[in-house]
Design a protein around this ligand. Structure first.
Ligand code: ZN
Ligand code: ZN
Length: 400
C-alpha cells in the first residue's frame, strides 16, 4: 500500500550535523540554510568545564535568532559561533537555576552593544521571578544599557506546586517577603505580559506566543524549581497558487486570490464558492522542535510535542546514578530515549551533562542506552556548537 504521510518513518537529521565554531561553519552556514536550525551553544549541567559551556541553545530562523537559556559564558559561546547577537529577538528561559540564567545579564549587555538603540524590543519569556532577577542584578550592579526589552512571565497555579513541592523549594510566586516583592522597572524595560496556562484538560500547557509563521508553547516539567520545556512549531505553509486554474474558474486577481493563498474560501459574484484546495498545490507541513529544561518527568509535553523532528533532552547523569538523577529532578540517557519514543520524535539530541561525564569519557554508552529505549539509532550526543539543520518536510509517498 502506498500511503502519503510525514511520520511513516523516522528520518535522520544527523547526516547533516556539523560541529564547529565560527571559522569552521562560516562557509557552511551561508550556503545551506533552510530556514530552521538548532545550534547547541553549551552542553554542561551545573557548571562549565574546560570542554563544555553551560546551557544555551540557539534556534536560527529566517532573519532572526531565538535563544533558549543563557548559562554563564553564553555571550562568549555566541562570539565563538556564527550566531550574531544582534539578530537575537527572543529569549526563552526554562528555569531559574544558575546554569540556565547566570549568563543572561551579560548577554543582554552584549546584545545592547551590538544593536541600534532603536532596534525592536527583545522579548524574554520565562518563569515568574525572572523580572525580579534581572531588575535586581542590574539595579544592584548599577548597570545601564540601551536595549529595549520586556519580560513575559509564565504564571503558575497553586496546583502546579505539585511539580516541585517534594523539593520544598521557595519560589517567587508562592513565597511571601522579599522574593515576591516587585522591584522598579529598569530604564529600557517595557511592559511584559503575564501568561497563564491554557484552561481545561491541558492545564499544564502555556500558549506562549504565535506569529504568522511560528507557534511556541510550553509545558511544565518535574524539576526542583518550576521548569519548562518549549515546543517550537513552524506552521503549515499553504501550497502554491495555480494561476491558470484560478483564471479558468473566473476568480479575479486581487483580494480574493490573497484570501485563497491564506487558506480561506471565497465566494464569487456568480454565487459559487471556491475552496483553497481547488486552487492551491499541496501544502508544506511545518517543522517542530522540542527543547526541554531540566527534568525527571516531561509528561506535560506529550500532547504538544508529538511527532517532533527533533527532541533536545537533558542527560545529566549516567545510568549507574539513575536513582540520584531522579531524586534531583534530572534524567539519564535511557529516560531521554524513552521520552523520545513516547513523543514519536524523529531524532534525539542528548545534552546537559554532569561535569562527572568528562571523567567517564564514555559518551558512546549514552547513545546505546538512549537508542535502546528510543527504538531508533537517531541519537546524538551534543558537543558545544553542534549544529543541527532541520530540513523542510514535504508530503512524500513511502511504502508501508
Ligand atoms: Zn541545569
Ligand atoms: Zn535545573
Amino acid at each position: 500500500m502506498i500511503r502519503h504521510g510525514l511520520f511513516c518513518r523516522r528520518f535522520s537529521l544527523f547526516k547533516d550535523v556539523v560541529v564547529g565554531t565560527r571559522d569552521l561553519l562560516s562557509s557552511y552556514s551561508s550556503g545551506n540554510f533552510d530556514g530552521f536550525e538548532v545550534v547547541i551553544l553549551g552542553t554542561s549541567g551545573a557548571v562549565p568545564t574546560p570542554n563544555r559551556g553551560v546551557s544555551s541553545t540557539a534556534i536560527r530562523l529566517e532573519g532572526e535568532i531565538w535563544l533558549v537559556d543563557a548559562g554563564e559564558g553564553t555571550q562568549l559561546q555566541i562570539q565563538k559561533s556564527f550566531i550574531s547577537a544582534s539578530k537575537i529577538s527572543k529569549i526563552f528561559v526554562t528555569h531559574l537555576h544558575g546554569d540556565h540564567i547566570f549568563g543572561l545579564p551579560g548577554l543582554l549587555c552584549h546584545m545592547a552593544a551590538s544593536r541600534s538603540p532603536s532596534a525592536p524590543r527583545v522579548e524574554i519569556y520565562g518563569p515568574s521571578g525572572l523580572r525580579a532577577f534581572l531588575r535586581s542584578v542590574f539595579s544592584l550592579s548599577s548597570t545601564s544599557f540601551e536595549l529595549a526589552f520586556s519580560v513575559n512571565e509564565l504564571v503558575l497555579r497553586e496546583s502546579h506546586y505539585d511539580y516541585f513541592k517534594q523539593w520544598n523549594t521557595p519560589h517567587p510566586q508562592f513565597a511571601s517577603g522579599p522574593l515576591a516583592s516587585a522591584r522598579p522597572f529598569l530604564p529600557h524595560e517595557l511592559h511584559g505580559t503575564d501568561i497563564s496556562c491554557s484552561d481545561g484538560k491541558s492545564s499544564h500547557v502555556w500558549n506562549v506566543l504565535e506569529t504568522p509563521q511560528y507557534r511556541v508553547s510550553a509545558g511544565l516539567l518535574q524539576h526542583r524549581v518550576p521548569c519548562f520545556g518549549f515546543v517550537f512549531e513552524e506552521k503549515e505553509q499553504f501550497g502554491a497558487l495555480n494561476v491558470k486554474r484560478c483564471a479558468d474558474l473566473g476568480i479575479p486577481t486581487g483580494p480574493l486570490l490573497r484570501e485563497l493563498k491564506q487558506g480561506r474560501a471565497v465566494s464569487l459574484a456568480n454565487g459559487s464558492v471556491i475552496a483553497p484546495n481547488d486552487v492551491l498545490g499541496p501544502s508544506r507541513p511545518g517543522r517542530k522542535v522540542v527543547l526541554l529544561g531540566d527534568t525527571s518527568n516531561s509528561d506535560s509535553i506529550l500532547d504538544i510535542g508529538k511527532n517532533c523532528d527533533l527532541l533536545v533532552h537533558e542527560c545529566t547523569l549516567p545510568r549507574s546514578l539513575a536513582s540520584e538523577a531522579f531524586a534531583r529532578g534530572h534524567s539519564t540517557a535511557a529516560m531521554a530515549g524513552w521520552f523520545a519514543r513516547m513523543l514519536n520524535a524523529s531524532n534525539l539530541v542528548l545534552s546537559h551533562f554532569s561535569p562527572r561525564f568528562d571523567a567517564l569519557r564514555d559518551y558512546q554508552l549514552l547513545v546505546q542506552d538512549a537508542s535502546a529505549a528510543f527504538g531508533s539509532k537517531n541519537v546524538l550526543v551534543a558537543q558545544d556548537f553542534t549544529h543541527v539543520p532541520i530540513p523542510r518536510k514535504y508530503s512524500f509517498p513511502c511504502l508501508s
